[in-house]
Design a binder for this molecule. Sequence first.
Ligand SMILES: [Zn+2]
Length: 325
Amino acid sequence: MNVLNRRPLFVLTQMVILVVVIMAPASQATGQARTSETVIQKATGQFEDSPLIITSLSQGLYVFSGDGGNVTAIVDDSSTLLIDSGLASRISELSDAIFRTTMRPVTRLVNTHWHFDHTGGNTYFGSSGVTIIAQENVKKELSSAEDVPFVGLRDGHYPPQALPGLTYQSSLTLQQGSQKLTLENYGAAHTDGDTVIYIAPANVAVVGDIFSNHFYPIIDLSSRGSIDGMIHSIDRILAQTDEQTKIVPGHGPVTTRANLKDYRDMLVQVRQRVKDLIAAGKTMDEVVAAVPTKDFDARWASGYVTPEVFTRMVFTSLAGANDSR
Ligand SMILES: [Zn+2]
C-alpha cells in the first residue's frame, strides 16, 4: 500500500514555510482586511487548501490530515471504523483516499466533538448507513444553532442523518478487529461533548481538539468549554498513557506524550498568570495588553488562534467560572 509518511510531512513543512514567506508582505499590505478575518475564516482557508496527507501509525491504523481535523481509520477484516470526518467540502476526496488506503467500507464513525471540521462528513457517511457514535452532548450541539465567542464560529442545525445514532455519557468500549477502543468523556473541556479514544494494543490515544499540535487551543465557551476542564482532561490523558503512546491531536502531526505534557504546562502557567491579573482587578483588555502568553508564543502561536484570542477565551473562562479549581 502506498502510504505516505515522513517525506511528504517534510515537504509539507517546507511548503508551509514557503507560503508564510510569500504571504507575509501581502498580509501587511492588507492589514485591515486580515485583522478582521475571524479565527474560523482563517482556519477554513487552511483546511480548504492543505494537501491531504496519509500517515500509517501501525498495521491497519491510519491518520488522514489536512482537510480539517485529523481523521483516524482503524481497519478490521471487513470494515473501517473512522474517528472524525473532516471538512464537508472535501468529503469525496477524503472518502476516496480512505477507500484506496483501507480497501474496506466505512461502517462506524466516532466524532471527538461537534465542530464543523470534525463532523463535515457526517451527512455523507450518515446518509449511506454508517453508524455515528459520540458523547451524548454532541447530538444536542449538532441539532441546535451555536455561536462560539471570539472565533466567529456559527454552526449547528445538522440534518437528522448527520446526528449520532449511538451516544454514551462517560465511557463506552468498542471492538474493531484486534483493537479495543475505549471512549472516555472527562466532563466539559474543549466542548461539553469531547471524546478521547484509547486504542489498544496499538497504544494510540486520539484526543480531538483538547490538544492541537502545536497551537493555542480554541476553548468553546458556547458549549461549556473551559480552561479548567481542558487541563483536567489532559491530566486524565497523561495518567492513561505512557512514553510510547502515539498521541493523535485534533490538528497537526501525530506526536508524543512528552509534547502533550509541555502543552499542559503551558496551559497551567497561562491560567495562573490570567488568574493573578484578574485578582489584581484587571479588565479583559488590560489582561490582553499584559501578554500573559509572551514567552510561549514562539512555540504555540503559529496556528490560527492568536495569543490575543486565546487570552480572551482564558479570561472569560476564569472570570465567568464559579469553579475555583
Ligand atoms: Zn474543535
